[in-house]
Design a protein around this ligand. Structure first.
Ligand code: 5GP
Length: 114
């Protein structure tokens, strides 16, 4: 079997993380190096490496990640303004090869991002 991704180790409880949400399709935890007061990673249980590996059958799952972000933003008190980001590939700064949606909020977010 292929080696677990960092996020699969968190999912399995083999690595500590502050998990804030879980359901049958995804789990979410606080980023270890937060870039905003609220910085949560929402990760599908299905191993998809990045956006380029998405298949048409994954479309409901990706929508589910976004409705999860919406609920978490409300729960975290940042529903008035937050950002969701998928980094895809090294040039975009993706460092973990397991699809994850960043949820950032709790401060004024600049545009364009770096
Ligand atoms: P990427 O750069 O791939 O878009 O995002 C990966 C994110 O995972 C980074 O924001 C990084 O801080 C976070 N991260 C890396 N290792 C860990 C870890 O062990 N625990 C947690 N909670 N977050 C991590």
């Amino acid at each position: 079997m292929a080696e677990k991704t960092l996020f699969q180790k968190i999912e399995a409880g083999e690595m500590e993380a502050d998990i804030v949400y879980e359901d049958e399709q995804c789990f979410a935890f606080r980023d270890i190096n937060p870039q905003a007061p609220v910085h949560i990673l929402i990760v599908p249980r299905k191993l998809i490496r990045d956006l380029n590996d998405l298949e048409a059958s994954d479309e409901p799952l990706v929508g589910h990640l976004f409705t999860g972000a919406q609920k978490l933003a409300a729960d975290e008190g940042v529903g008035k303004g937050y950002r969701t980001v998928f980094n895809c590939g090294a040039d975009a700064g993706q460092s973990v090869d397991h699809l994850h949606l960043h949820l950032l909020g709790g401060r004024k977010l600049d545009w364009p991002p770096g």
